[in-house]
Ligand binder design. Sequence first.
Ligand SMILES: Cc1cc2nc3c(=O)[nH]c(=O)nc-3n(C[C@H](O)[C@H](O)[C@H](O)COP(=O)(O)OP(=O)(O)OC[C@H]3O[C@@H](n4cnc5c(N)ncnc54)[C@H](O)[C@@H]3O)c2cc1C
Length: 290
Amino acid sequence: MRDFEYLPTKTLQEACSSISQYKEEGKVLAGGQSLITLLRQKLISPSYLIDIKDVSELDYLTYDEKKGLRMGALTTHRAIEKSPLIRSKYPVLSEMEKSVASVQTRNWGTIGGNLCSADPIGDPAPSLIALDAKIKIVSSRGEKTISLENFFTDYFTTILEPDEILTEIQLPAPVAHTGVVYMKFSTIEAGIKIVSTSTSVILGSDKLTCKDARIVMSAVAPVPFNARKAGELLIGKKINNDLIAEAAQLASEETNPTSDVHASAEFRREIAKVLVRRAVEEAFEKAKRT
Ligand SMILES: Cc1cc2nc3c(=O)[nH]c(=O)nc-3n(C[C@H](O)[C@H](O)[C@H](O)COP(=O)(O)OP(=O)(O)OC[C@H]3O[C@@H](n4cnc5c(N)ncnc54)[C@H](O)[C@@H]3O)c2cc1C
């Protein structure tokens, strides 16, 4: 690991000021669960590490029926997994977090760090996109809020400028008759993810007609993405098995997987179809019960 200067910060303003001073030469350090590995492997060699882990104003979970959920970027995976609020309002997130790494990593790793890592097989992004998440980005030049869907640009790359800090994840309050499911397929238990989907289905008052649907795919393209054609096929129609199978086929066609040592592109497309079919079926059943 190359030498660097360690700069602990206590406030967001302090962190913004440091990162704006060093830009490309600096790197934000949150839980360090991804960053330290990159430093050890000399994949990156910043001259300054700006530690934000003690910026307590970025560690919170709040909920309001009008505004929905506000989650600080320093919220750990473990805090999300264990939060009674998350379990009752966004159960898919509690379930998803249980499958992220080990308890030790979940205790340190933060949701902001996970999203900024932009790992194409990262677990939280697909469900957050299915829940229509927005994110707040702050720098000493100002702040902006964008849809999480537009955050990722390529493998391990986001729209973040070198002086920007992700500060908050925002989710709308859940509406009645909503079912959200996260499913992933790995070749071995806790192994490399081959395909995952997070699917959200919102039903009308008849509990049969689809009002809205999002079928988010991950690990089958450089970035997680909303398979729009598949979701739109369901909207306005009464959900049945044939329609679900057609949506699964469309979602699979919208993927752009690569072949590697873990699986061929063809296999990934086939698994994508099977997973989406199961996820829509389960999301539909969940939506009927809420
Ligand atoms: C053994 C192991 C297993 C893992 N398994 C999984 C898994 O199953 N699923 C999964 O999704 N992930 C997994 N991960 C990845 C890990 O959980 C996340 O990437 C981690 O949560 C990152 O958070 P962090 O706070 O540690 O970020 P850090 O490592 O501190 O930072 C990661 C990157 O994000 C930047 N960054 C961090 N916070 C901010 C911010 N607020 N604003 C701007 N930039 C920021 C940093 O500069 C760095 O580039 C695993 C990691 C390990 C070590």
